[in-house]
Write a protein of this length. Structure first.
Length: 172
């Protein structure tokens, strides 16, 4: 009889304390799954009408938040993207010059700038990013809030574990 690093019985590859795979079996499964997921994401083609804009990965999250949550202020976007407002302002300025985003003054607070996707590019961006959002929704909806949080925490711990420096989070 073998045990995993938590002491679970491993005769059949299952952690009999919790009914799931052992840590090592989970790693083996994820070593197969992660490259397939990355490959599928990389095969999602940028729509023809957006290819000339040289969109970088840092733009995808910004566009996804605007698509998913609607128009947002620069500070709200910065908080969601976990970057400085100045960084978001630069990205918004770049994408506004390309005609992808539009900025407008908030009528209630003229110091606040509201950012949204232009109507001309919304269908292409929606078609491009909606599939990923739909896949995440399908994966997360059956989970309890606690299970969703554990999943998110696990992905964050994995991402942090890949960082060059322990404790450093790369945010683009």
């Amino acid at each position: 009889m073998s045990t995993d690093d938590r002491g679970g019985d491993q005769r059949d590859g299952r952690d009999h304390d919790g009914g799931g795979p052992s840590v090592d079996d989970g790693i083996r499964t994820l070593l197969l799954l992660m490259p397939r997921m990355v490959g599928r994401v990389k095969r999602i083609r940028i729509p023809e009408e957006l290819r000339s804009f040289s969109l970088a990965p840092r733009h995808l999250s910004l566009l996804a938040f605007l698509l998913f949550d609607g128009p947002l202020g620069v500070n709200e976007l910065a908080a969601r993207l976990e970057v400085a407002p100045a960084t978001v302002s630069l990205m918004v300025g770049e994408l506004s010059r390309k005609g992808i985003l539009q900025r407008r003054e908030d009528e209630a607070d003229r110091r606040r700038t509201i950012v949204s996707i232009t109507d001309a590019h919304r269908p292409a961006i929606d078609g491009w990013l909606a599939r990923g959002a739909t896949a995440w929704r399908r994966a997360l909806e059956p989970l309890t809030p606690a299970q969703r949080q554990m999943f998110i925490d696990t992905l964050e711990a994995y991402e942090e574990g890949l960082a060059d420096e322990p404790g450093r989070k790369d945010r683009a």
